[in-house]
Design a protein around this ligand. Sequence first.
Ligand SMILES: *Cc1c(COP(=O)(O)O)cnc(C)c1O
Length: 219
Amino acid sequence: MAAAEPNGGLAARLAEIRSALPPHTRLLAVSKGQNAAAIRQAAALAQRSFGESRLQEALAKQAELADLEPLDWHFIGRLQANKVRPVLKAFGTIHAIDSLDLALRVARIAGEEGLAPRLLLQVKFRPDPAKGGFTPEELQAHWAQLQTLAPAVVVGLMTITPLGLSAQESAAVFGECRALADALALEECSMGMSGDWRAAASAGSTWVRIGSALFGSRH
Ligand SMILES: *Cc1c(COP(=O)(O)O)cnc(C)c1O
């Protein structure tokens, strides 16, 4: 009933997702395209971690929400070189480190700013011209250098499945991502979105990034 549910069913959707997630999987509520009021409602339901992909939009909402207990902000979009400094100041976790150059720049600026951001390296397990990221081979080749990013900390891998994969193919990609993270002794695997989070969670995702299935369509 719309009148009885001022949040448009957010509480019910949050409860359903929470009950379906295994203990190793946390929910990153992807709030890009949603207003600060929606984030406030989710925060009132004890959701603390939010994902944004556009800096200016995120900063405006963070300012509106400054009265709340500090939230856990994750930057999930493509990070442009000239945005690294302001992104590091506003986000504790970056999900889409997609090149060695970017990783080294993040590490340098984190050092200058006295910050210790948590980084996830974006990996492309299938050819996908629409997306950036390391191939597994590139990641292995750069791995020694990627372990020298202090004070930034590489905590895991992140992947986005290409559009149009079958459920079975997506599950295979998620399994490969988990296996590579394990081989590198990385705890976090950021994988799974509104359409495929259940399969990702089963495969060992530690962060499912869910936007529209939680908040509804974006504005
Ligand atoms: C927008 C976005 C999501 C969430 O997408 P939904 O399909 O709405 O769940 C997850 N991950 C990334 C990287 C995104 O840009």
